[in-house]
Design a protein around this ligand. Structure first.
Ligand SMILES: Nc1nc2c(ncn2[C@@H]2O[C@H](COP(=O)(O)OP(=O)(O)OP(=O)(O)O)[C@@H](O)[C@H]2O)c(=O)[nH]1
Ligand SMILES: [Mg+2]
Ligand SMILES: [Zn+2]
Length: 318
């Protein structure tokens, strides 16, 4: 139910409905949501992973997201999802209209896919990283289409210089370069990863390069503005042969993270969080307070000015 705020009463009704379901009741089974598009939810039974079921769902369940663990009833009619199990995490963003969109649930790693073309937007990257930090996910920065660089350089767009010192891995890839695909596979092994980024960066192409057997649509890039055409319409989970899963998602126009009100925005920026321990005031927002260790670090050059600018921009938007 993206974009609609549920009242307390609705929330408690959803909770009651979920608690009322006993997964051991006759005809009740557990499964995992592989994809959800409109009213169609595809569920993989936990005990029969090769058997994908098209399920309906009870109306009062709230969001159903790719990666969700669910209880469904299968008594000979169309299988029906009756409960969603508690989530380990839920990655959400706001679209251009401010509506909340769920991206994926129960994941361990966010792969932020950028490309040489369309060119990376580092504000978007920082928004993704804030989401990853707040949801407790590992983050992997992936720069795809490295073959399109006119002059091959060690660190295009300075991604490695800015992000590696913060502890984020930065990989380069090209779907035609088998070594880079192997390196990506190593980073995905054993993880439940979700790959996200703007349209046309090559998320589905990379997914197919990793899993050559799958049927997946690849789009074109517009010659006119170098943007993708929003080819992938809904998220889908794929199993990796060596263990782990990869969720391919539709291209975003922006990734406005849905911030956790219990956490401070500074916690989404690793280096700001660290420096903030030395601010004079515990509730320092790092804008213009006296004795701010974050601003001192920006002035000294140990915090990158762009990262700080993105922090201020997000603070302003919150
Ligand atoms: N040169 C080059 N082109 C690539 C590479 N990876 C993908 N492409 C091309 O980029 C275009 C878009 O690829 P997709 O995989 O559909 O991109 P996507 O990120 O899934 O796009 P959406 O589903 O719209 O979000 C296609 O024409 C691909 O062939 C790469 O490594 N190098
Ligand atoms: Mg795609
Ligand atoms: Zn401060």
């Amino acid at each position: 139910m993206a974009g609609r705020k549920l009242s307390r009463r609705q929330q408690s009704r959803i909770r009651d409905a979920q608690q009322a379901v006993d997964p051991n009741a006759p005809h009740h089974h557990e499964g995992r949501v592989i994809s959800h598009r409109g009213k169609a939810v595809e569920v993989e039974p936990l005990d029969r992973p090769d058997d994908h079921l098209q399920c309906g769902f009870k109306a009062n369940l709230g969001l159903i997201v790719c990666g969700d663990r669910v209880t469904y009833r299968d008594d000979g009619r169309t299988p029906l999802i009756v409960a969603i199990q508690p989530r380990r995490n839920l990655l959400q963003r706001r679209d251009g209209f401010g509506h909340i969109k769920a991206v994926a649930a129960n994941v361990s790693q966010l792969v932020i896919c950028l490309a040489v073309r369309p060119e990376p937007n580092l504000y978007l990257l920082d928004q993704y990283l804030v989401s990853a930090e707040q949801q407790g996910l590992q983050a992997l920065i992936l720069l795809n289409k490295i073959d399109l660089l006119e002059t091959p350089t060690e660190d295009p767009f300075s991604l490695r210089a800015i992000y590696r010192p913060l502890g984020y891995p930065v990989l380069h890839s090209s779907i035609g370069d088998a070594d880079s695909i192997e390196a990506l596979k190593r980073h995905l092994a054993g993880q439940v990863s979700v790959i996200s980024g703007v349209s046309g960066v090559g998320k589905s192409s990379l997914t197919r390069a990793i899993l050559p057997g799958i049927d997946i649509r690849i789009g074109e890039i517009s010659e006119f503005n170098q943007e993708g055409r929003h080819t992938t319409r809904s998220s889908r989970l794929y199993h990796l042969p060596g263990g782990g899963d990869l969720i391919d998602t539709p291209g975003v126009r922006g990734f406005n993270p849905v911030l956790d009100p219990q956490q401070s925005l500074a916690d989404g920026f690793r280096e700001i969080r660290d420096a903030a321990q030395h601010c004079r005031f515990a509730n320092c927002r790092h804008v213009n307070e006296p004795g701010c260790a974050v601003r001192a670090a920006v002035e000294a050059g140990s915090i990158h000015a762009d990262r700080y600018a993105h922090y201020l921009k997000l603070l302003d938007a919150a």
